[in-house]
Write a protein that binds this ligand. Structure first.
Ligand code: IPE
Ligand code: IPE
Ligand code: MG
Length: 244
């Protein structure tokens, strides 16, 4: 039997926590807590299923528009996550990168994140990227600014800028392990949009949408989406019959 390809890098837009809370008649923060439980399971499943890079969208640069109560509830969950999962993440050889400037989060969250990232720094199993205060456009602007500064300092010429240079200055390219473009992006909860996630890195990503609300997303559904990915023909603008 032919072995189906597994996506090297999976991105997940973990949407639907609010709708899940509403359906269960509980506060939105409880929806985010349920979403965190789902995320724990999907992190473990990723290692098991052979995914090398997992990037989850946890908080966008636009999510600050939400109430202070909801935003601080989400940030408190980060501390809770670190306290409950750090040992096991380390045992499982998980490495964590944060995509986004998390310095403006509350002190306790920043400390918890620094502790987690530091503790897992030498691990090289699953590369787990958490997009936190992340925006795809913001990321491209940061990359361009860094390159512009190199030009202003006389270190390089504007004419020589390549796509690889832009990639190298994104969160994904400047992480400890170079994170390749996303092979597959999954969005839960039924909306058919990207919402500013991995804009540059998704140029040729396969997309998968499911109506399942994020807290209800299971390892079985994840495995079946990966299986479906394995059957897709990716052409990258070419014609596969010619290259075969
Ligand atoms: C996704 O769930 C989590 C974050 C954006 C932080 P939502 O909170 O957006 O859930 P819905 O879309 O309101 O259901
Ligand atoms: C995307 O979901 C962001 C995260 C999952 C963190 P949103 O709920 O913020 O997206 P929109 O507003 O529906 O596009
Ligand atoms: Mg949403």
């Amino acid at each position: 039997m032919e072995n189906k390809p597994i996506p090297t890098h999976v991105g997940i837009i973990m949407d639907g926590n609010g709708r899940w809370a509403k359906a269960h008649g509980v506060p939105r923060v409880m929806g985010h807590n349920a979403g965190m439980q789902a995320m724990k399971k999907i992190v473990k499943a990723s290692s098991k299923l052979g995914v090398k890079y997992l990037t989850v969208y946890a908080f966008s640069t636009e999510n600050w528009k939400r109430s202070v109560e909801e935003v601080s509830g989400i940030f408190n969950l980060i501390v809770k996550y670190v306290n409950s999962e750090l040992e096991e993440l380390d045992e499982n050889n998980v490495h964590i990168n944060i995509f986004g400037d998390y310095s403006m989060l509350p002190d306790a969250s920043v400390k918890a994140i620094d502790k987690m990232v530091g503790r897992l720094a030498d691990n090289n199993g699953l590369i787990f990227n958490i997009a936190l205060n992340y925006g795809g456009r913001d990321e491209v602007v940061r990359s361009v600014k860094e390159i512009a500064a190199e030009i202003a300092a006389g270190k390089r010429a504007a004419d020589d800028i390549t796509e690889d240079d832009i990639s190298a200055h994104l969160w994904s390219g400047s992480a400890h392990f170079d994170v390749p473009d996303a092979d597959l992006i999954i969005r839960t909860a039924g909306d058919l949009r990207i919402s500013n996630f991995l804009l540059w890195q998704s140029a040729y990503s396969e997309l998968a949408f499911t109506d399942t609300l994020w807290p209800d997303f299971t390892e079985e559904e994840y495995a079946s989406i990966l299986e479906n990915f394995g059957g897709r023909e990716r052409r990258f603008g070419g014609r596969n019959e010619e290259t075969k």
